[in-house]
Design a protein. Structure first.
Length: 467
């Protein structure tokens, strides 16, 4: 059976209540969905949340598909009760390096074309679009995957961008300047051509992980999604734009962007956990059609909270791992912790061989164009997925005046709240970066770490000892 959102929801439900819950009452589209998710997170719970009724819409809503690494492991077919964070990371890396050819489905056979709305029928008010945070400027489609074709190559590009509701048939499109879709939009502007786009909402989360691909622009990201699904990605021809769209999506919004027409977007609850700076320019998408399944499920994501950043964390970690491996072949693990919003801080473990390798690993990690502004490098005996161990290494192996390297005002996370100069002026995508080398010296005496005996540790089963 081909993988889609509803197939995944059934799998999550079967795993148990730690991974799937349902809301018992109707919810307001303003704030309530997000607060439920945030209260569960405060209790350390990150299940898929299914909301049968959102006021003002006939469609159910699902959220928190990416609330934990265990959920992302489940998306890749792993048992979340058994898979370790290391297992999940390396399975992601395996899938991230594979592609599968797409498979085309006739429009008449595509579930996403069971309901077709065109012309005056197009009404985004039919969808349970959410107002996520009190000071946001409006409702946003927060986890729609936007499809566009490169005008020079014809290769489809897919990415997640935010889309503010601007009217019954209009959406904003905030395409960050360094992302592929923004390069493509600028190329359409140079050519004086409109940019045909489609936003699909609701698909198997493994496919959505594929949309976070950070490689070259000349790669068909539907093929990347197939790699994450471990099966060919099914596409069909859109009805009003010359694009292929996912045949098994829940909802597809088709439309046109005039790359010379700009509107404003925001303020918005940004990924660092702060509101952005007022209204910013963004593109405007004019709808030409909405297609959906007859019993479509709307997928939402709560921006600026755990799920938002975690959804892209494995892709960032994988890219940093590759960057470090090119400089230090003995890299072991890379982890971006929730305490660093899953984007600002990276913990890297290496099997250190020669002096200076810790700092070299840190420089390689920061050289990759991510949002990272701090890297902690530790030895291979330290579990980077255990923040207590990482901090123990920092405080017992790091000498501050020798092992902290500060790199002032280079390209970095432009939304980081500290990205200001000494006069208080915003300096754009510039911020100070830091490397902490918490590795032990090579060839010099160092205190021996206390660890339990390996044979007894591995052979002892607590259930045999404790009632």
């Amino acid at each position: 059976m081909a993988k889609d959102l509803r197939q995944f929801l059934q799998v999550a439900k079967e795993v148990g209540p730690d991974y799937y819950v349902e809301v018992k009452k109707p919810l307001s589209p303003k704030l309530e969905v997000c607060v439920i998710q945030q209260k569960l997170a405060r209790e350390g719970r990150f299940p898929v949340i299914y909301c049968p009724k959102i006021e003002g819409s006939d469609l159910p809503l699902v959220t928190d598909l990416f609330g934990s690494r265990e959920m992302m492991g489940l998306a890749m077919g792993m048992d979340p009760r058994k898979a370790t964070k290391q297992d999940i990371f390396h399975e992601f890396r395996r899938r991230n390096g594979t592609t599968r050819p797409v498979q085309t489905v006739a429009s008449s056979q595509a579930p996403v074309h069971e309901v077709v709305l065109k012309g005056d029928q197009v009404d985004l008010g039919l969808l349970p679009i959410i107002h996520h945070a009190p000071l946001n400027s409006g409702k946003y489609v927060s986890v729609g995957c936007m499809v566009c074709n490169d005008p020079d190559t014809g290769i489809p590009n897919i990415g997640i961008y935010r889309h503010e509701l601007k009217g019954k048939d209009k959406l904003g499109a905030m395409l960050n300047p360094g992302h592929h879709a923004a390069y493509i939009a600028r190329r359409y502007a140079e050519l004086g051509k409109p940019m045909e786009v489609a936003i699909f909402i609701g698909h198997h989360p493994a496919a959505i992980l594929g949309s976070q691909y950070t490689g070259p622009q000349d790669v068909n990201e539907y093929e990347v999604m197939g790699g994450f699904l471990d099966e060919s990605f099914l596409v069909t021809q859109a009805l009003t734009v010359d694009l292929q769209v996912p045949a098994l999506a829940e909802i597809v919004i088709e439309g046109i962007i005039d790359p010379l027409e700009m509107v404003t977007d925001g303020p918005f609850s940004e990924y660092p956990g702060y509101y952005g700076e007022g209204a910013k320019p963004c593109y405007l998408m004019n709808m030409t059609a909405i297609t959906m399944r007859k019993d479509a499920i709307y997928h939402d994501l709560d921006p600026s909270h755990r799920e938002h950043n975690l959804s892209g964390a494995l892709a960032y970690e994988s890219a940093v791992y590759d960057a470090v491996k090119s400089a230090v072949p003995t890299v072991k693990e890379v982890y971006s912790p929730p305490s660093g919003a899953n984007v600002f801080t990276f913990y890297v473990s290496i099997a250190k061989r020669v002096p200076g390798e810790g700092k070299r690993a840190g420089l390689a990690a920061l050289a990759f164009p991510t949002n990272g502004n701090a890297v902690v490098v530790v030895d291979e005996d330290v579990d980077v997925f255990n923040e207590e161990e990482v901090l123990w290494a920092v405080y017992t192996r790091m000498v501050p005046d020798k092992d902290i390297l500060v790199i002032p005002a280079i390209t970095g996370p432009h939304l980081h709240p500290t990205a200001y100069d000494e006069t208080g002026l915003k300096r754009g995508p510039m911020t100070t970066k830091m490397i902490i080398d918490a590795t032990m010296p090579v060839g010099l005496p160092f205190a021996k770490r206390i660890v339990p005996p390996k044979d007894l540790w591995e052979s002892m089963n607590l259930e045999d000892y404790l009632s």
